[in-house]
Design a protein around this ligand. Sequence first.
Ligand SMILES: [Zn+2]
Length: 241
Amino acid sequence: MTQAHLGDWYLARGDGIRVARCRLLDECGGFGHGFSCRDGGGVDKPAAVLAAAGLSGRQLRILHQVHGARVVCSGADGGIPEADGFLVRRNPAGPVAGIGTADCVPVLLADPVSGHGAAVHSGWKGTAAGIAPLAVALLAGRGVRPAELKAALGPAIGGCCYQVGSEVVRAIGGVGVENRGGEYRLDLREAIRMQLEAAGVPAERISIAPWCTCCENGLFFSWRRDGDAAGRMLSVLGAEA
Ligand SMILES: [Zn+2]
């Protein structure tokens, strides 16, 4: 089961929409963040999402996400990179990193000490490829101590709704998988939580949003529930102006 840290999470309003926010990241002075709901269409309302996240008027950079394990620098030039993660600096002149999801896990990492952070898209393929711990390793290469990082794992499909086949169980090494009478249920965020802990992020600095996108029809899009008609939520991380 997903460990719900209800107390860490709340819904903030701004510009007519709601975004989920995590108090762990609120305490990372100078970083702004938010995980959009389906209000206003999520990724279709980037300006409203930025406003509700406290990042009004900032430049937003997004990725062409391909369920891989490539992480790029959000400040680098050049269009929309094919990748599934951004490294972010707490630099008010720099861009805000945006991740689109509809069941996959948006992972936001921030180091309040050094001002480095990362925004990652981790579905089962990205989790199997270890994109979240890769982001931690890349941040460590910039001088970040993993023990200083705070990690927020946003709204995503829970183990309650995510039935997967044996090929997924194999790819992910069984991590986060529960066998219920021969049916496999994958709790992606639990798998990522374990990866981050193994990478040196302390358990008490990792928080999982208390919502399953597939259960919460009124709040979130879900690819598993709605198929190709599903919209995408937008999760953002950047420096407050
Ligand atoms: Zn569910």
